[in-house]
Design a protein around this ligand. Structure first.
Ligand SMILES: Nc1ncnc2c1ncn2[C@@H]1O[C@H](COP(=O)(O)OP(=O)(O)OP(=O)(O)O)[C@@H](O)[C@H]1O
Ligand SMILES: [Mg+2]
Length: 456
């Protein structure tokens, strides 16, 4: 809300006397607009910003509830106050459900109305400030949210820094949980568009017909249920970035439509013939192998080339195990703070084990594991025992080479030491030792043979 400008109020009432009376009472402090029915009021709301909507409930034609709902679906909705001659609980509840901020009965007491409007404006201002705050926070999130120092990640950061300021379409590929969405945000936030909108669309969530109107919007009456005109995501993203997630799931018909928008930067709303031009940067992501899909004829090659002007490939976590300790430390601190517990140290043994696991769910899975460990841990250190069982038993210690300060051990040597240590600590109890290391009892048995430790 502009603090220098007087707030704008729209009064909607079919009774002229009411309208004029309120207008006179309010116009010395507010810019007052008036309408005598819902359709005129809708027209005003769609064409100019209104801070407060003050509407009657019962009117010929559409009623005030309908207007409230429409107002609420605007991109910058006013706060709404409902007036009614019929002071019933049902009406009040209905009004609140439809999005009214407050409810006053007729005849309207002007002092009370004044108070309500004042409060409503205040609540709107706080909301606006909150939105701003979130936007500011979001803008800070460039690369610092992406944790990693492995060569693969450093190389990826370079690509992002280089491509972000341009307008090139970016295709982000990678398995689930590798951070594709974080990268999409970083591309936006490191671009000159960062002050503009970042609009995400999950392509797999909707069937083609709905997706089309979601992306391009629709005109009133375009199809059953299209009761009013709606702007699509491309329009909303004007001046900013649109993020098309799971782009590999797009059906052929949708692929054609998307291609046209990318080529011409123009489209029509569903059921409309007005051509709309937008200035939008496209970022897409997929966990599928799009090249293979192109080869198999499941994805249009022309669209693929349009989308992948630059490709950012996110490596799975198992191909950058060196990043695990850093991620573990970060999530440990984060979840400890979130849960108000002191940050616990993590044993080297536990870190090794986490490095040895393959993480099919990648960083997301690691993150969830750490949350679980922090929340459920009993001791003052996080040990192998605190690692969730499926991860403990799924880890294959031969996959890492253990480096200790000053000493480099072979994996076998490290594993051997781990087993000796565990048996010592459990007084030779094999079940407990296996549990402690995060191995099945059978594996332990095999390893004992392998390392000639059967006597222990
Ligand atoms: N490099 C990273 N540093 C810190 N957190 C990360 C990193 N990569 C992923 N995450 C975290 O892991 C979770 C999953 O990331 P994100 O949603 O970006 O993955 P995705 O690749 O989009 O996965 P999906 O294909 O399942 O949608 C998020 O909580 C995210 O914050
Ligand atoms: Mg994602």
């Amino acid at each position: 809300m502009n603090t220098h400008k007087r707030p704008t109020i729209l009064i909607v009432d079919d009774e002229r006397l009411q309208r004029d009376g309120l207008q006179r009472a309010l116009e010395d402090r507010y810019d007052v607009l008036a309408a005598d029915d819902v359709s005129k009021a809708t027209g005003i709301l769609e064409t100019q910003p209104v801070d407060v909507l003050l509407t009657d409930l019962r009117m010929p034609g559409d009623d005030g509830l309908k207007l409230l709902r429409r107002a609420g679906s605007l991109s910058n909705p006013p706060v709404s106050i409902m007036m009614t001659a019929y002071g019933s609980i049902e009406n009040a509840v209905e009004a609140m459900k439809a999005g009214a901020y407050h409810y006053v009965t007729k005849p309207v007491n002007l002092d009370e109305l004044d108070l309500v409007i004042g409060r409503a404006l205040k609540s709107r201002q706080i909301e606006a400030e909150n939105v701003n705050l979130h936007e500011q926070l979001d803008q800070k999130f460039g690369l610092e949210n992406l944790i990693g120092q492995s060569p693969a990640m450093l190389q990826m950061f370079d690509i992002i820094r280089q491509v972000a300021p341009t307008r090139a379409s970016v295709l982000i590929t990678g398995e689930t949980g590798t951070g594709k969405e974080l990268v999409a945000h970083a591309v936006h936030n490191l671009s000159p568009r960062k002050g503009g909108p970042f609009i995400a669309v999950h392509a797999a969530a909707l069937p083609t017909t709905l997706l089309e109107s979601e992306l391009f919007g629709h005109e009133k009456g375009a199809f059953t249920g299209a009761v009013e005109r709606r702007a699509g995501r491309f329009e909303m993203a004007d001046g900013g970035t649109i993020f098309l997630d799971e782009v590999g799931e797009l059906e052929p018909a949708m692929q054609v439509k998307l291609l046209r928008v990318l080529e011409e930067r123009k489209f029509e709303r569903v059921g409309g013939n007005k051509t709309i031009e937008v200035d939008v940067r496209l970022v897409a992501a997929t966990n599928r192998d799009l090249k293979k899909m192109v080869a198999e004829g499941k994805f249009r090659d022309d669209l693929f080339y349009r989308l992948s002007v630059v490709t950012v490939g996110l490596p799975p976590l198992r191909e950058r195990r060196d990043d695990v300790p850093l991620l573990v430390a970060t999530f440990n601190r984060q979840y400890s703070e979130e849960n108000n517990v002191p940050v616990r140290e993590i044993t080297q043994e536990a870190i090794n084990l986490l490095m040895a696991y393959d993480w099919p769910g990648n960083v997301r899975e690691l993150r969830n594991a750490l949350e679980q460990m922090v929340v459920l841990a009993r001791g003052d250190r996080l040990t192998v025992r605190d690692i969730p069982a499926p991860i403990r038993t799924g880890a294959d210690l031969t996959k890492i080479s253990v480096v200790r300060p000053g000493v480099t051990m072979t994996v076998e040597e490290a594993e051997r030491q781990l087993i000796v240590q565990a048996l010592k600590e459990t007084n030779g109890n094999r079940t407990k030792a296996a549990d402690k290391i995060g191995m099945s009892r059978r594996t332990l048995h095999r390893k004992l043979k392998q390392y000639r430790l059967e006597a222990l």
